[in-house]
Design a protein. Structure first.
Length: 417
């Protein structure tokens, strides 16, 4: 399917505005990275804790952030889990395991103090474990005349916690526990007396990444990106010629640096999902570049132009025009998909989709206005160098060439008759 037919746009004739824009974006991004001491890595790379908290109603994010900032040594990250959800994700940094454990307890205690009912002497059933619940109700059950063994109380408490977790993990009424098998009205009365329900639960999901694991993940991410680039350089070198490989790799470096630079300018975190997006971008941009290079090679082999001077520029322009429909369709549809993820995917996919939105825009024009001009510049430079060498060698060749032999007189004199 062709959207554009028989186009003849002079892409290389308009390369300089794009090259200048790339230089400006690259310098701005690298400057931001230098001023900030590098990218802002997520907790997966620098170590820390991620705690998922679910609220009964819309979560008061600013209240949570201000309460935690007052007790933690570094400001936490607080963001909604997904659009329309009452869940938030709290992230804290930690230099060692002891700090991580301390921060975890500080977060739990601060949430209890801010949103719970401290001082009422009751147990928060929304955040209690089975053993905590069993310890709390054992004596009150005996005083209420409920004859249960220690094991039976533990089993009953485990059933209550399991039912709570199976039904969203957050209770709004203790009376809802009537559906728990084996829970009698006497036990329910004890629960109402000894327990209360906080408007949140912080025991749903806790992820802790140690600093050493984070450093290893960061190193592996860098190695994966570099190995991917090296492998593609070798592939293009053998499939085309080395300058094509250099042009493609420089274009991919250009895309990656600008994307990371924009993240630094916007103060966005580099997380594992962003690294996945960057690796996706590497393959996407490289594929687009290879398609154009393959068409250039085909046109050269068909004898429509030679790799010299302006003829190569004409071949490159013709090749880009011939692949224009494919580029617009592929890049356009992919852009619409990742734009939808950016707008409606929520904070979990925000970094991934933002990296792809930036990368697709930059990667699409870099194949035309960065990779192709590098090939053209190289051939122009090589041709100029050869022409200079030939011009310098021509006078030397004329000086060293043997002169033709002079005509010798015959020595004979003709006599008049």
């Amino acid at each position: 399917m062709e959207i554009f037919k028989n186009t003849n746009f002079d892409f290389l004739g308009h390369k300089w505005p794009f090259i200048i824009a790339s230089l400006v974006l690259s310098v701005a991004g690298l400057g931001s990275l230098a001023l900030k001491g590098g990218p802002r890595y997520g907790i997966e790379f620098k170590g820390g804790m991620l705690l998922t908290v679910k609220f009964a109603s819309a979560p008061p994010i600013e209240k949570v952030r201000s309460a935690l900032s007052a007790v933690l040594s570094s400001p936490p990250s607080v963001q909604t889990y997904e659009s329309g959800s009452n869940e938030i994700v709290i992230g804290t940094e930690g230099a060692d395991d002891a700090t991580l454990a301390k921060n975890r307890q500080l977060v739990i205690d601060t949430l209890a103090k801010t949103f719970g009912q401290p001082g009422n002497g009751k147990l928060d059933l929304n955040n209690a474990s089975g053993s905590q619940l069993a310890n709390r109700i054992t004596d009150p059950l005996q005083k209420a005349g409920v004859q249960l063994s220690t094991q039976q109380v533990q089993d009953l408490a485990a059933s209550v916690v399991a039912w709570r977790d199976q039904h969203g993990g957050l209770l709004t009424k203790i009376d809802d526990l009537r559906a728990v098998p084996g829970l009698t009205p006497q036990v329910l009365n004890v629960l109402n007396t000894e327990c209360y329900l906080a408007p949140y639960t912080a025991s749903r999901n806790i992820e802790i990444v140690g600093p050493k694991v984070g450093a290893d993940l960061r190193q592996q991410a860098i190695q994966a990106t570099m190995l991917a680039l090296a492998g593609m350089l070798v592939y293009i070198w053998f499939r085309f010629e080395w300058i094509y490989g250099v042009g493609a790799v420089v274009a991919v470096f250009h895309d990656t640096i600008i994307t990371i630079g924009v993240f630094s300018i916007l103060d966005k975190e580099i997380s594992l999902t962003v690294i996945a997006a960057l690796l996706t971008l590497v393959g996407y941009s490289m594929n687009d570049t290879i398609v154009i290079f393959d068409r250039i090679r085909e046109n050269l082999h068909l004898g429509r132009g030679s790799a010299k001077g302006s003829n190569l520029a004409e071949v490159i322009n013709r090749s880009v025009n011939q692949t224009l429909s494919r580029t617009v369709m592929t890049s356009g549809l992919t852009f619409l998909a990742v734009l939808a993820l950016l707008l409606y995917g929520g904070p979990v996919l925000h970094g991934f989709s933002l990296a792809l939105v930036i990368g697709i825009i930059i990667g699409t024009y870099s194949s035309v206005f960065v990779a192709s001009p590098i090939v053209l510049f190289w051939h122009n430079w090589a041709d100029a160098r050869k022409a200079t060498a030939v011009s310098a060698a021509a006078p030397q060749a004329s000086k060293s060439a043997p002169r033709p032999a002079a005509t010798q007189p015959s020595g004979k004199v003709k006599t008049a008759k």
